[in-house]
Design a protein. Structure first.
Lengths: 327, 326
């Protein structure tokens, strides 16, 4: 893993994997938005467009046979980056029984427990102790893994964040806390509701190292999270990363996002993580426009196939209402 | 047969299960070095070490959620809340995470965790430290709720709860920790979802759980003097609920009083009274009576706090009412 990290910027295959990972999420989310508009998907649907570099950059650094991912409700990107089948993810958004959670969870509750993707959690900040508890299990069993715990800037003022960091530190739990600061907790600019503007200092209260990372640059995310994973495995101490990012769409599908300016959105779109990496690869002659178009087409067709899988899948039987309440 | 206290029975249950399965651990405030705020965990740190008996900061939501996360990943944590009053700080973790992770994931998770601690009225502790919260937890699908009334039951039920693959809320009456009772030396388990007939009778049925079972037994003794033969049913577990055996008893006696230390509105007691009224309608010779706590926060003054709770006198009066003796 360490060797790969040093070479990522020169590794054409590695870069292509990153580009594809981000494009897949982008096209999948666009498809989800389209199907939401057609009322094929209901309820809350939080899109990951703009933030793709974080899930893709971070999750490729871990081995989900040993390591774990726990995230919040903006989870489609993490699910895909964990290698979950886009078909079962889309079917879950449709509420079909072929969905990864048998249609019982929906957009906010995507899980692949066997492959250590622990959701898909809907209450802001409430999964941070869950992730910390998974860390406790790793330490208790003397396993090798680490936990990547993703949450948004809205979650950082919940007591759960602070309580979790404190206990993770006193018990030396192998958890990397990743705040995806997309700058708005629903419609509220984080700077209006936070006593500090640089979240990375917030680990300091608990003796935990913090660092700010540019989340519009997938390679930086990859390098920083790789380094954090190595360090946590070596030092057995938690780490906190604030990864600055931006979501292009509203908080959820029902949010027109009128609380920010067009200019602000355009500024971020000019630093788009996919565009960024594409330009880098074109300049390095590691990619041609034709190859990019082909890749993009592939990802679009994955989204289309997922929709057609979901469309063809069955609704759950009424009897399933009563299944899985208890083990 | 050895006679031991309620707290000792709980300790034996935890210790035996920790001995049997190394994935069982105890986590909570003061459980390790202090030996438990109510001394339930006395000696466990010495036996099992700080890896398995873990002192936490005062962070109920945090350590409860950590317990849930550890359970999702395969451990079998026992989370001790210093009292159920403080569990309200952790309510979200129980209701939104422990109870729902299996369902939301389409059955992918198991959540083998026990949340335990003292519950119910205490003495001179006033409103925030003296309340019975079973109804709040029993409301939620995905949770099991257990409330033992004797040392024997406490041990057998707690061992079963620890082996259960689902979240179990284990309610220990705060005023019962020193109560003594017979507990055999050989191992035994008590299944969840089966009532225990604490006293057989033919004239009327009293249904209760936890500490009020003893007041119900006292009330039955009182009425024995008047030639009335009362049956006392101990639910043992509120969820799962042994509906059939409850109905069998009521159909035998045709009269029923439900006792619950919680408040009356939307409570376990009011729900039971409704279930019995509906399902035993043709057998009932009188409307079902409910003896609950008064619908007020618990006062500090002793006279007032006693007046707020179910009592032998209140149960006797309710029994006389269903027997048309008053």
């Amino acid at each position: 893993m360490a060797k790969q990290r040093k070479n990522i910027r020169e590794d054409a295959d590695g870069l292509k994997k990153n580009l594809k990972g981000m494009l897949l999420i982008r096209r999948f989310e666009e498809k989800a938005a389209q199907m939401y508009g057609l009322r094929k998907i209901g309820g809350f649907c939080h899109l990951y467009i703009g933030q793709e570099a974080i899930a893709v950059g971070a999750i490729q650094t871990v081995d989900l046979k040993k390591d774990y991912v726990v995230t919040a409700y903006r989870d489609h990107g993490h699910a895909l980056a964990c290698g979950m089948d886009p078909n079962t993810v889309m079917a879950e958004l449709y509420g079909k029984s072929s969905g990864c959670s048998k249609g019982k969870g929906g957009s906010m509750h995507l899980f692949d427990v066997e492959n250590h993707m622990y959701g898909g959690n809907g209450i802001v900040g409430a999964h941070i102790p869950i992730a910390t508890g998974v860390g406790l299990k790793i330490r208790y069993k003397n396993d090798e893994g680490v936990v990547l715990c993703f949450f948004g800037d809205g979650a950082i003022h919940q007591g759960t964040f602070h309580e979790s960091l404190n206990m993770a530190k006193i018990w030396n739990l192998p958890v990397i806390y990743i705040c995806e600061n997309n700058q708005y907790g629903m419609g509220t600019d984080f700077s209006r509701v936070s006593a500090v503007q640089d979240f990375s200092v917030m680990g300091a209260s608990y003796g935990i190292k913090g660092k700010q990372v540019n989340g519009m640059d997938v390679l930086e995310v990859y390098e920083e999270v790789s380094a954090a994973v190595e360090e946590v495995k070596k030092t057995h101490t938690p780490i906190f990363l604030e990864i600055k990012t931006y979501r292009y769409k509203g908080h959820s599908m029902s949010d027109p996002a009128t609380y920010r300016t067009r200019d602000e959105l355009d500024t971020y779109k000019r630093q788009d993580p996919i565009l960024n990496l594409k330009t880098y690869m074109l300049n390095k002659r590691m990619l041609t426009e034709e190859e990019y178009t082909k890749l993009d087409k592939e990802c679009r067709s994955v989204g289309e196939a997922a929709v057609s899988f979901a469309e063809k899948s069955n609704e759950p039987q009424i009897q399933e209402l009563y299944d899985d309440v208890f083990a | 047969m050895p006679i031991i206290t309620f707290r000792e029975a709980l300790r034996q249950a935890m210790s035996e299960e920790m001995e049997r399965d190394e994935d069982v651990l105890l986590i909570g405030e003061e459980v390790a070095q202090y030996n438990g705020a109510y001394k339930v965990s006395q000696g466990l740190l010495d036996t099992y070490g700080e890896k398995r008996v873990i002192d936490t900061p005062i962070s109920e939501e945090g350590f409860t959620g950590i317990g849930v996360g550890a359970a999702l990943a395969g451990l079998r944590p026992i989370v001790e809340w210093m009292t159920f009053n403080f569990s309200l700080q952790a309510f979200d973790q129980v209701v939104n995470n422990a109870a729902k992770m299996r369902y939301m994931s389409g059955g992918q998770f198991r959540v083998p965790i026990v949340f335990r601690g003292p519950n119910g009225p205490a003495e001179y502790l006033a409103a925030q430290h003296s309340q019975a919260l079973q109804s709040v937890y029993a409301h939620v699908p995905g949770l099991k709720v257990v409330a033992p009334s004797t040392p024997y039951d406490a041990k057998g039920l707690l061992k079963t709860a620890i082996r259960d693959d689902n979240p179990v809320l284990f309610l220990e009456a705060e005023l019962m920790y020193a109560m003594k009772g017979e507990v055999p030396e050989e191992e035994y388990l008590i299944p969840l979802g089966r009532v225990d007939v604490k006293k057989e009778g033919k004239d009327a049925t009293v249904i209760g759980f936890s500490k009020p079972v003893h007041i119900a037994l006292d009330a039955a003794k009182e009425l024995e003097k008047e030639g009335v033969d009362v049956e006392v049913i101990d639910l043992r577990s509120i969820r799962p609920l042994d509906e059939q055996r409850v109905y069998e008893s009521v159909k035998k006696t045709n009269r029923c009083v439900v006792v619950d230390e919680a408040w009356p509105f939307a409570s376990v007691g009011s729900h039971l009274a409704w279930l019995i009224s509906k399902n035993c309608f043709d057998s009932l010779d009188a409307p079902v009576e409910l003896v609950s706590s008064e619908d007020v926060p618990m006062p500090y003054n002793h006279r007032l706090e006693i007046a707020a709770q179910p009592s032998v006198r209140k149960i006797v009066r309710a029994l006389k009412k269903v027997l048309y003796l008053e």
